[in-house]
Design a protein around this ligand. Structure first.
Ligand SMILES: *[C@@H]1O[C@H](CO)[C@@H](O)[C@H](O)[C@H]1NC(C)=O
Length: 312
């Protein structure tokens, strides 16, 4: 089973989320609405931050970067899933499957580093306010963004390097609505024990460690806010609660998917669904919900877009 032996499987079949026609219909409407809403919300954030000089600060730059990556996050699996809900026979080519895995992991890696950059930014702003401008210089922000992309792509390529040459010779049914590693590895006709360990280490452990690092970081920040609470602290608290909510939303499903020892198929799928359609939608909502500057800027952007359309 090595060398020039070609994989026999050229496409994979998805079982989808459920067999119930009614639930599929509900999911189709729900996912389509969320997809359009996430695309609109995230485009609006990127647009507002880019054109609005009031929002030219590291926090908003990272937020715009997060929204940009969320545009990718909601487009990797959900359009195909929505389209598949119409179809009896849901298939994806081998190449399509590998591409999905590649983009899911790039997006996940970038998102994780951006969340850390955002936490670091808040840490400096709150715990070292006098040095904020020197520490969070434009160069540092660009460095963080570049590191996010470099790490996301490296992480993804590193994993796929092990997977592309695996032999797939028999079963090709994935009990899911998108391709991802834990399920795909179980279909390979070879012993994937070591690979499963690499995937677990490369995803589960990294997520776990980053998640706890972020939580500890935010606890330190919250403690500082509480200790020196002054007039500005309620604004700081609402910003921090938004950040912490997004960290929980992003990490909890991923940690479950990659580290739960006995995957309960149905729960796994719904967590993945929430990661694919709900999180990219909730990120902009949570960040803008209690942020007056962002809300005002988004209103201005919408007005500008409307005027622009009337003129042209
Ligand atoms: C991402 O962050 C960088 C560095 O702060 C910034 O220059 C860039 O404009 C941001 N990208 C978007 C899409 O806002």
């Amino acid at each position: 089973m090595d060398g020039g032996n070609h994989s026999v499987v050229s496409e994979f079949v998805f079982l989808g989320l459920t067999h119930s026609w009614e639930i599929q219909l509900v999911l189709m409407v729900f996912s389509s609405v969320l997809y359009v809403a996430s695309m609109t919300g995230n485009i609006l954030i990127v647009f507002s931050v880019t054109i609005d000089a009031h929002l030219h600060s590291p926090m908003y730059f990272f937020l715009a970067n997060l929204s940009f990556i969320d545009l990718g996050a909601c487009s990797v699996a959900s359009p195909k899933m929505i389209y598949d809900l119409y179809r009896e026979h849901k298939v994806i080519s081998f190449g399509g499957c590998i591409a999905q895995i590649f983009f899911i992991h790039v997006v996940g890696g970038v998102e994780m580093v951006l969340l850390m950059a955002m936490a670091f930014d808040r840490y400096v702003a709150i715990c070292k306010p006098l040095h904020y401008l020197t520490i969070m210089s434009q160069r540092v922000c660009i460095l963080f963004t570049a590191a996010a992309w470099a790490l996301g792509i490296t992480h993804s390529v590193f994993q796929l390097a092990f997977v592309v040459n695996l032999p797939f010779c028999g079963p090709n049914v994935l009990d899911s609505f998108y391709c991802d590693l834990p399920r795909l590895l179980r279909l390979a006709c070879t012993d994937t024990y070591r690979l499963e360990f690499i995937v677990f280490a490369n995803n589960g452990v990294i997520c776990f460690v980053s998640f706890f690092a972020l939580l500890i970081g935010y606890i330190v920040i919250l403690f500082t806010v509480w200790k020196y609470s002054s007039g500005g602290s309620s604004k700081a608290l609402s910003t921090l609660s938004a950040h912490i909510t997004v960290v929980l939303l992003v990490f909890v499903p991923i940690i479950f998917i990659y580290t739960w020892p006995h995957p309960n198929s149905q729960m796994d799928k719904f967590l993945a669904l929430s990661d694919a359609v709900l999180t990219p939608f909730l990120n902009p909502v949570i960040y803008t919900f209690r942020n007056k500057e962002m809300k005002a800027s988004m209103k201005r952007s919408v007005r500008r877009l409307v005027i622009f359309r009337k003129i042209s």
